[in-house]
Write a protein that binds this ligand. Structure first.
Ligand SMILES: [Zn+2]
Length: 414
């Protein structure tokens, strides 16, 4: 069906346009032009006066198998795979309802997320376009060993990469340092060494997969950068040297500010002490790393790590508010969540409002370039469109009243 969206502003992923209209047909954007060109159009008109049409947002770091529980490691260990599959689909649909029309899953369980991805991407179920890393790859006893695949030495790492590709992974995720949510690991300590990371990067690129590294402390970030990684997740300790190396090599930073903030802001809510302690300790270091990377002209893409404690699927837009709080302008935060994320995810026809692209749109009340809360607060969202299809008419009524969220976050009865 054909529809014209006009009357308000358009943020196309790069800049704000006034007095323009977007024509959608067959799920695609067929025309983006000055409004005068559409005078006399008699088909379906969606009046966006007082609103802004944006590309649907792209979240480069989520975990649809994890449900934002306070002690998610304990909960995850007790869920059956069939229950996990249902929850993963619910989490994916909450993500879409929240304005995120594409997302990268950076660590699933039992390849359940790949089945969910295929069901959505084939059009069997409504959800965001998903790209999946399959099982994250860590060293024996490394961060995330409760979720992913343990591997040691180049040979085992190559096998783990190949197993993911065999299962249908779109990209690869490696763990280069300790992390917050795993007990008895130090975020500042490097995990895989440089030779191991080189093997992972070589094997991923050989099969045209991008590879991203969970990397918090400087020694691990340095190993990943020297190994030729495509992007760094989190990046707590990006030294001046690493800033210039990452900028000159074009390595993208996915800061996932929400992950730390939601832990720090939810003290004494059942989050394990070790996780709260680590998140609090590194919060300010993280903030200054992001500021310096950004000030040096580094490319930032949006990622939330949704699924980590109190970091709910569907609240992904909070990340844009945090990015502005950490020094990006609203325009830069919007570019991070659309153009830069689309580029990092290697999406050639999503992430911009552009002719020929899929009509994945988020329509908000107000002007987010002036005030980011138009996007970062879900109550200002007016409409989410997925391939021309109005999501609020379908997923909206069920998810918006909180029933799905309440169910997902109930502790399971074993
Ligand atoms: Zn993560």
């Amino acid at each position: 069906m054909e529809a014209l969206y006009s009357g308000g502003l358009i943020f196309d992923g790069e800049r704000l346009l006034e007095n323009h209209g977007v024509m959608v047909k067959g799920g695609r954007i067929v025309r983006l032009a000055p409004s005068t060109e559409f005078v006399g159009f008699t088909g379906k008109h969606v009046d966006t006066t007082g609103q802004t049409v944006l590309p649907g947002l792209i979240d480069c770091h989520i975990h649809i198998c994890i449900g934002a529980e306070a002690d998610l490691v304990a909960v995850l260990g007790q869920l059956s795979e069939s229950e996990l599959a249902v929850r993963a689909m619910e989490n994916a649909q909450s993500t879409l309802r929240g304005g995120v029309t594409s997302a990268r899953d950076l660590g699933g369980k039992s390849f359940v997320e790949i089945t969910v991805r295929d069901a959505i991407n084939a059009g069997r179920c409504l959800g965001p376009t998903l790209m999946c890393a399959g099982q994250l790859i860590c060293m024996t006893g490394g961060h995330g060993s409760w979720l992913g695949t343990e591997a040691d030495g180049a040979e085992e790492i190559v096998r783990a990469v190949r197993n993911n590709i065999k299962a249908g992974a779109d990209l690869i995720k490696v763990i280069a340092t300790g992390g917050v949510l795993t007990p008895n690991v130090d975020p500042m300590q490097a995990h895989f060494d440089k030779a191991e990371l080189c093997a992972a990067v070589y094997e991923s690129h050989r099969f045209d997969r991008r590879i991203t590294a969970h990397a918090l402390g400087a020694p691990g970030i340095s190993n990943a950068v020297e190994a030729g990684i495509d992007s760094i997740e989190h990046g707590f300790q990006i030294t001046d040297e690493l800033v210039s190396e990452m900028v000159s090599k074009g390595i993208v930073l996915v800061p996932t500010i929400s992950a730390l903030q939601e832990i720090v802001q939810n003290a004494k809510s059942g989050i394990p002490d070790y996780a709260f302690e680590k998140a609090s300790r590194f919060c300010e270091m993280h903030r200054s790393s992001i500021r310096e990377f950004h000030a040096a002209g580094g490319t930032i893409a949006m990622g939330t790590d949704a699924g980590t404690p109190f970091n709910y699927h569907g609240n992904n837009v909070h990340e844009l508010g945090y990015m502005v709080d950490y020094g990006l302008s609203p325009l830069e935060a919007l570019q991070a969540a659309t153009k830069h994320s689309g580029d990092l995810c290697n999406l050639s026809d999503r992430g911009l409002v552009r002719e020929g692209y899929w009509a994945d749109l988020l329509i908000v009340s107000g002007n987010p370039v002036q005030d980011i809360s138009a996007v970062s607060r879900g109550e200002n969202h007016v409409r989410v469109v997925k391939e021309g299809f109005d999501v609020f008419d379908h997923l909206g009524p069920y998810i918006a009243d909180g029933r799905a969220q309440r169910f997902i976050h109930d502790e399971p009865s074993f």
